[in-house]
Design a protein around this ligand. Structure first.
Ligand code: MV4
Length: 483
């Protein structure tokens, strides 16, 4: 839906591909044409590149936007698209391939002066040698899988004595997850912030950055809240990180939209980690603060057009926050919750954007990612964006499935989030299921009171009186009643 909307504004006709589970999906109805590419499991549909190429042939489609998941970072698919005479709206397969491996990514940027966490430059082949290197770096160290993603194959080693055992575990995890047992080590940055820079490169050698996104609020490597700009960066650090990101992109002649991922330590020193060679889920916050449409930019780049702006033309305007709304139960260890959207009403009004693909009455399928929507708010500053997010969460009306909306409100109201003093440990450090239970109980109490009042209305004695009201926070206001 997100991608087709931009295509439509550009006068481009679209073809949706869908699995049997998605027959009734909104994107199927929105597209000019739609082609079924197989059964529900993604390895029998959305992950089959050949089926997507076939869908292009039968509809005479000219280009493919690979989205944010599935085949979007798959160099073999990118090559297949090219070999079929089609255009992939994304980078060249070579850039995808290099950045798809953390070690080759680090090697590619080595000749540029990019700060990196001290560690081994090649895959570990000799345990004894690696242990010596770990002792040089100093514990704790982090073992990472070169082919890794989503935190898989990562192991922290606190003591030298655990090194061999943790290495073996990391290698076997990497083999089973990626079919590639290459691992390397780095100094472990214990409480980092995750900050990433959006870049755009055209096919004429122009590369710009679109500032940063702060993505530190995550749970088990699944991002929950993203914002732009980061509340912690100074103008100087922002400029230096942006410049580094442009150089990282330049090291692989990057074309299209991409994201350069950094961690920031407690001294605000930053280190390059990896590059994501796709448009990311959290791109809307960058769109809000720059005024650009990143999908349109991707399409223009794929057509061979030069960027229509230079770095000096870009600036940060206001503040945007995105909450990922997952069909998960925060009270039950974020277990995915499937079912029917019995009620589904989205928030509206000034500064609110909802990117979703569901309507009231639809089923949430079990087959795919549990993220059902993204709620994005924009404000003149961070305080306004937060207040607007809380207002929008309160307006969002979803029944039939459990969601992470209440969890999002918990984060927005937390002192550490409000003050900007948080890192990647925010959720583990501050969130307990009890943090939400009290709010739920309060809502239940309000509902019970409302029922009593309504029941007693005919006797005309019911009175509701709020004491000490807090504007926009009515659920927290104490209610006195007599009936
Ligand atoms: C790190 C790190 C600390 N030190 N590298 C996690 C996923 C992958 N993209 C890189 N990750 C990390 N690499 C060093 N040397 C901590 C993390 C990390 C993390 C990074 C970004 C966002 C969330 C995270 C959660 C846990 C660990």
């Amino acid at each position: 839906m997100r991608i087709m909307r931009s295509a439509r504004e550009m006068g481009i006709r679209t073809v949706a591909v869908y699995s049997e589970a998605d027959r009734a999906a909104l994107h199927v109805r929105y597209a000019d044409e739609a082609v079924c590419i197989g059964p529900a499991p993604s390895n029998q549909s959305y992950l089959l590149g050949e089926r997507i190429i076939d869908a292009c042939k039968v509809t005479a489609a000219e280009a493919i936007h690979p989205g944010y998941g599935f085949l979007s970072e798959n160099p073999a698919f990118a090559r297949l698209v090219k070999a079929s005479g089609l255009i992939l709206i994304g980078p060249e397969p070579e850039a995808m391939e290099i950045m798809g491996n953390k070690l080759s990514a680090k090697a590619a940027v080595m000749k540029y002066n990019i700060p990196m966490v001290p560690g081994t430059e090649e895959a570990i082949t000799d345990l004894a040698e690696a242990k010596l290197r770990a002792e040089e770096i100093g514990f704790p160290i982090l073992i990472k899988a070169a082919a890794g993603g989503g935190g898989k194959g990562m192991r922290i080693v606190t003591h030298s004595a655990d090194f061999e055992q943790q290495m073996q575990l990391a290698v076997s995890e990497a083999i089973s997850a990626f079919g590639d047992g290459s691992v390397f080590i780095e100094r472990y940055v214990s409480s980092p912030r995750h900050i990433e820079i959006q870049i755009l490169g055209d096919t004429h050698g122009n590369i710009v950055h679109l500032f940063e996104r702060e993505c530190s609020v995550q749970r088990r490597h699944q991002k929950v809240i993203e914002e732009a700009p980061s509340s912690i960066l100074t103008e100087e650090t922002r400029r230096r990180m942006g410049q580094c990101a442009v150089e990282v992109a330049r090291s692989v002649n990057y074309t299209g939209a991409g994201t350069v991922e950094f961690i920031l330590d407690e001294h605000l020193d930053f280190f390059f980690l990896e590059m994501n060679t796709r448009l990311q889920v959290e791109h809307p916050v960058t769109e809000m603060i720059t005024g650009l449409d990143l999908v349109k930019e991707q399409i223009r780049i794929a057509r061979g057009e030069p960027l229509s702006f230079r770095q000096e033309d870009l600036s940060v305007n206001g503040h945007a926050i995105e909450l990922r709304v997952y069909a998960e139960d925060p009270l039950n260890n974020f277990l995915p919750d499937i079912g029917t959207l019995q009620t589904y009403n989205i928030p509206k009004g000034n500064g609110v954007r909802v990117d979703d693909g569901f309507e009231q009455g639809m089923e949430i399928p079990i087959y795919y990612d549990p993220m059902i929507a993204k709620l994005i708010t924009y404000g003149k500053d961070r305080t306004e964006a937060i207040a607007r997010m809380i207002r929008a969460i309160d307006e969002y009306d979803i029944t039939g499935i459990k969601t992470t909306l209440g969890f999002g409100k918990f984060v927005m109201q937390h002192e550490a989030f409000k003050s900007g003093a948080f890192d990647t440990h925010f959720v583990n450090k501050y969130f307990k299921a009890d943090s939400l239970r009290s709010e739920n109980e309060e809502e239940a109490l309000v509902a019970a009171i409302a029922a009593v009042i309504s029941f007693n209305k005919q006797s005309a004695t019911a009175q509701v009186q709020q004491t000490d009201p807090v504007p926009g926070n009515w659920k927290k206001n104490r209610i006195k009643f007599n009936s």
